[in-house]
Design a binder for this molecule. Structure first.
Ligand code: FAD
Length: 450
């Protein structure tokens, strides 16, 4: 049994506490913010997110799948809204598989409560980590309004998010680090349900308004409403408006009328919300190594903050927890030097790969989903998958519906790009995409590509 400190009781830290406590370790979680079960911690932040296959694999392994399933809404397809309000529904998979929308706050509250049920877990809110002694696995916490305290442990996990204090301490040594803000910021708006609580749009779809250089999406909540998120450049460019040029009531009204006219009647106070709600930035963090000897490890966004366009940040963090648990199963709970070393080496390339995949999906969501070539490609890929399921699994399915390591999925996606580029270049492919000729050509290219 080890004494373990977890810095950060967010989405990943709370699940990690459950995994480690169920192994018999004594786990203390220190969270900078107040207990979200008693306060509205999540006000103004992304209020829902998507749990997908990898997340479920980890939640199941931790024994909390059912508790989480109960608070989700299944989402089976993208629903594209064009400028004229025309809708186009594109399923996520040919087997009708779903991703699951969940309230961020509710998920965190459930996991904290599940952790707290375990006798060897203690939760400490309003405790901010201000320093870490990496060699000694001891942390200094500053409680709200109290005296700073030193907490010693055998192992420390930094699950303290994109601006991790644990990682900041690791940067004092031999440590590689990069932080990139993308040009787009985001802003959330709440889409209310009808007066009788029914949803105003199909809740089983992720609604997307792709506008080439910017986009809005809407994801269902359990109460019949949706969380809408507008992604737009921080500064306007010659091709796109930006948050800096859409500021006044008149500008915001004109902007939504021009680009998202069909959303306006659904959200009567759209303009007020836009003006009131915070504008947030999106950052990609890569670092290496993720561990310090047998004493400290980074996990979740602290190790790999990514942009949200694949909806995989938390799922990747949950997969980190599952992989760590598997390594402890394999090497035992007394062999932390080996376990942490293998954990870092296995997960780091996957963290980089999902960072790349997420940027790639941004281009797909904001731009390509409205592109006829892209829609044609999806149809051809769907047909290939249906006829040759052992030889063609689209990239999206590999990322969202399998445990295929992200690194392998990325490599496969690049191979698919090369093949589909040639298939889409076939003369008249728009008319004959369902023909045997197109299928034969694609399968020849598949065989030649190995
Ligand atoms: C708009 C948006 C949409 C997203 N959608 C999805 C999605 O659909 N699916 C998905 O999988 N992911 C999604 N993500 C990503 C997801 O939110 C993150 O990957 C996830 O929250 C990471 O969890 P975490 O616990 O590692 O970090 P966080 O959720 O950031 O939690 C870190 C915790 O550490 C605490 N903390 C920080 N510093 C300290 C300190 N010094 N001392 C003590 N405590 C500290 C914080 O208060 C916080 O509670 C989205 C992100 C954004 C921005």
């Amino acid at each position: 049994m080890k004494q373990i400190t977890i810095v950060g009781g967010g989405l990943v830290g709370s699940l990690l506490a459950i995994f480690l406590a169920k192994r018999g370790h004594k786990v203390s979680v220190f969270e900078r913010r107040a207990d979200p079960r008693r306060t509205d911690t999540y006000a103004g932040r992304s209020i829902n997110l998507v749990v997908s296959h990898r997340g479920w694999t980890a939640l199941r392994a931790a024994g909390v799948e059912d508790a989480v399933k109960a608070i989700t809404v299944p989402v089976f397809a993208r629903m594209m809204h064009d400028r004229d309000g025309q809708l186009n529904r594109v399923p996520y998979s040919i087997e009708n598989r779903a991703i699951y929308s969940v309230s961020r706050g509710e998920l965190n509250r459930i996991l904290l409560s599940e952790a707290e049920k375990l006798p060897n877990v203690s939760l400490h809110f309003d405790h901010k980590c201000v320093d870490v002694d990496l060699d000694k696995a001891s942390c200094i916490f500053q409680p709200d309004g109290g005296e700073a305290m030193t907490v010693s442990a055998d192992v420390v996990f930094g699950s303290d998010g994109a601006f991790s204090a644990v990682r900041a301490k690791m940067m004092h040594g031999r440590f590689n680090y990069s932080q990139d803000y993308i040009e787009h910021d985001y802003k959330e708006v709440a889409f209310p349900p009808n007066a009788d609580g029914t949803p105003k749009m199909d809740p089983q779809c992720l609604h997307i308004w792709p506008r080439r250089y910017f986009m809005m999406m809407g994801l269902a909540n359990q109460d019949g409403g949706f969380t809408g998120t507008l992604f737009m450049p921080h500064n306007a460019t010659k091709d796109s408006p930006g948050f800096d040029t859409v500021r006044t009531e008149a500008e915001v009204t004109a902007f939504f009328k021009e680009h998202f006219a069909d959303a306006m009647p659904i959200v009567p106070d759209l303009v007020e919300q836009y003006l009131r709600n915070p504008q947030s930035s999106l950052v990609i963090v890569r670092c290496d190594p993720w561990t310090h000897k047998d004493k400290v490890a980074l996990i979740g966004d602290a190790a790999h903050a990514i942009v949200p366009f694949y909806g995989e940040g938390m799922n990747a963090g949950y997969e980190d927890c599952k992989v760590l648990n598997d390594l402890l199963n394999e090497h035992g709970d007394d062999n932390w030097a080996t376990v942490l070393d293998l954990y870092g080496k296995q997960r780091k390339p996957n963290g980089d790969a999902i960072a790349d995949l997420s940027m790639r999906n941004f281009v797909e969501m904001r731009d390509l989903v409205a592109d006829p070539q892209f829609i044609l490609r999806k149809k051809i890929e769907g047909r290939l998958q249906a006829k040759h399921p052992d030889q063609w699994l689209p990239l999206y399915s590999q990322v969202k519906f399998t445990d295929t390591p992200y690194v392998d999925a990325l490599r496969e996606g690049q191979r698919h790009d090369r093949i589909m580029e040639k298939v889409l270049a076939m003369p008249g492919v728009e008319e004959k995409w369902e023909s045997e000729e197109v299928e034969r050509k694609a399968m020849e290219l598949v065989k030649a590509s190995f």
